[in-house]
Design a protein around this ligand. Structure first.
Ligand code: FEO
Ligand code: CA
Ligand code: CA
Ligand code: CA
Length: 605
């Protein structure tokens, strides 16, 4: 067992040391494989990837760029046939094109169209190797690419809103495409929810909007001013806010994709509010309704919960999928307020208060339910479309960049990654509180809470911090009370997942400790609570995403390898193809090498 500690089911591996290697580093006794990489075929008839001769038509059939969320949906009890659903968050144009072909000041129309096709999601039919964790993608009628040109249906209380109408869509109910899809969740009914996150960066000229109320709303979402980085506004007026001031309001939603039906129209669910959704994960309430948790990933933004009005129907049949998806169109949207129980003791240094915990109570403040608003000065329509301002008014707690949120299937508690906030305590900015206890929080923390009576519909909760991340040798870190000389350093928690044993798995983005990002396991109960161990590290400049952890395999998305040279055409990574090849974002499967042909089980020797 690693580090001399008693092994915990699911985490019995020797940790990978922090490193700067241009590869995926995994523990001794494990094997790995690239499942699919940017440019590989998704849809039948996709041409072979050619970095020097890429076209928009080819990219629309190939695996997109910068994979973030990964969902693995078993299609049989053994998990041999699986649907793999991956999103493509954004494009890094200087790495998407050969340096001698791409002029950032003057992209060609074809290059812009390639970028549109590189966004969205991919759905793939896969087969798992029965004696390992290798996943083979196959040609299938279920395979699908969703891009910035795919039509979405807007549903819920803000569908058709005057704030969503544009010259191309006077109904306010049909949107072309999804973008900046970050983390998400597989629903109990077998669909995928995906959060539209940093949509603001694609728009130009928000500063040219003269109506003061409209301008203030655009500023609150940091919608782009002047020319955009990618210059898309030159080829489609919808990216030019001066011409189409409502187009930004058509992004920033939770979208739902039905991977079982390749002809289904994907949905934007307005009842879940509009912000930089990082994730959307479901927990069924005590009385059988659907709760969805979501964070708004920006400094000093909020954590939200939606609770449906109607009740969930078990199963993944077409009927159940339709019924349960419709539940997300009517319910109550809440925002979280967290209160500490050691006021006056939090000085921003990260020192634990005298009661030994960063902890306290919380409440869910209702913002709107159906067409009823609970926020003074806001109609329900305004709550859904300008959710950030409504949450400001409601007095929600300003958090250190809420990223992924995930309910633990074993203990029922909810976990949220707060990735970092270097502005906490800066001049003119909010200072510390017990739930965000560090000034200039570079390394982030992990929050755990228990809803009242364990019911996801509750409006009260109790919380505590599981981790205050960073170098364990530093005084301002906390690892759930576990001895810090036995843990792996961890920085900037982002996407999270649980294994079947209830251990939390944390992938990181933006390690400030001088090593590559990685994937870490941590038990949340018993004497090993807080025992963080690094399971893998990703190549240079990459962010670790996904993850999916089953008893057979671990899947991670390696996002933007080589991107620590973000503005340079010379990437710092050549993974996975090696040599002088262009880096390619990809999905990697890792599994324990089997003995005597038995299935390798993660962490079980
Ligand atoms: Fe796309 Fe908040 O990470
Ligand atoms: Ca306390
Ligand atoms: Ca993220
Ligand atoms: Ca992130």
């Amino acid at each position: 067992p690693g580090n001399g500690a008693k092994p915990v089911p699911g985490t019995d591996f020797d940790p990978v040391p922090p490193n700067r290697l241009d590869k995926v580093s995994i523990p001794e006794g494990y094997d790995q494989q690239v499942v699919i990489r940017w440019g590989d075929a998704v849809v039948p008839g996709a041409p072979k990837f050619d970095f020097h001769r890429q076209t928009a038509a080819a990219q629309a059939k190939q695996f997109g760029y910068n994979n973030d969320f990964v969902g693995l949906i078993p299609q049989d009890p053994l998990g041999v046939r699986n649907l793999l659903v991956v999103n493509h968050e954004y494009t890094t144009e200087v790495h998407l094109f050969p340096a001698d072909q791409y002029d950032p000041a003057n992209p060609t129309e074809e290059q812009v169209r390639i970028a549109w096709a590189a966004h969205g999601l991919s759905v793939l039919q896969t087969f798992r190797d029965p004696i390992g964790g290798a996943l083979r993608t196959v040609s299938s009628p279920l395979n699908r690419r969703i891009t910035l040109d795919t039509e979405f249906e807007v549903r819920g209380p803000a569908a058709g809103s005057k704030y969503l109408r544009t010259s191309a869509d006077p109904t306010g109910k049909r949107v072309r495409g999804t973008q900046n899809n970050c983390s998400g969740g597989v629903t109990p009914w077998g669909t995928v929810l995906s959060g539209e996150e940093n949509f603001h960066q694609y728009f130009a000229n928000a500063d040219k909007v003269t109506d003061p109320e409209q301008a203030a709303r655009l500023r609150r979402y940091l919608v782009g001013t002047g020319e955009s980085t990618r210059k898309w506004e030159r080829f489609d007026r919808r990216w030019d806010v001066a011409q189409e001031p409502n187009e930004p309001n058509r992004f920033g939603w939770v979208v739902e994709i039905d991977p079982h039906d390749p002809h289904s129209t994907p949905v934007k669910h307005t009842a879940l509010g509009r912000f930089k959704h990082e994730a959307a994960t479901v927990k069924i309430t005590a009385d059988g309704r659907v709760a969805v948790y979501s964070g708004d990933d920006e400094r000093f933004e909020y954590i939200y919960k939606f609770v449906s009005k109607g009740k969930y129907k078990k199963g993944t049949s077409a009927h159940a999928r339709r019924h349960n998806s419709a539940l997300l169109d009517e319910g109550t949207l809440y925002v979280a307020k967290f209160t500490g129980d050691s006021p006056g003791e939090i000085d921003g240094s990260g020192k634990l208060p005298a009661d030994g915990e960063f902890d306290g109570t919380g409440e869910w403040i209702p913002l709107a339910s159906g067409d009823k608003s609970f926020v003074d000065g806001f109609t329900a329509e305004e709550v859904y479309v300008f959710t950030r301002q409504a949450a400001d008014k409601a007095g929600a707690t300003k958090m250190d960049r809420p990223e992924d949120i995930e309910p633990n299937p074993v203990n029922g508690r909810i976990y949220a990654a707060l990735t970092n906030n270097t502005d906490r305590g800066a001049a003119g900015k909010a200072g510390v509180d017990e739930v965000n206890p560090r000034n200039r929080n570079k390394n982030g923390h992990v929050l755990e809470w228990e809803e009242d009576r364990g019911d996801a519909a509750a409006t009260r909760l109790r919380w505590r911090l599981l981790l205050v991340c960073g170098d364990p040798a530093a005084a301002d870190t906390y690892f759930g009370g576990f001895p810090k000389d036995r843990v792996s350093p961890i920085s900037c928690p982002d996407n999270v997942a649980f294994d079947a044993h209830g251990n939390l798995w944390i992938s990181t983005d933006g390690n400030t400790l001088g090593a590559n990002d990685g994937l870490f396991s941590v038990p949340v109960s018993g004497p090993e609570r807080g025992h963080v161990k690094q399971f893998l590290s990703v190549p240079v400049g990459a962010e670790t995403c996904g993850p999916v952890v089953t008893d057979q395999l671990v899947l991670v998305a390696v996002q933007h390898p080589g991107e620590d040279a973000k503005n340079s055409a010379e990437p710092t990574s050549h993974w996975p193809d090696g040599g002088s090849a262009q880096p390619r974002p990809a999905i990697v499967s890792v599994w324990r090498k089997g003995r005597f042909g038995l299935v390798g089980r993660i962490g079980q020797r």
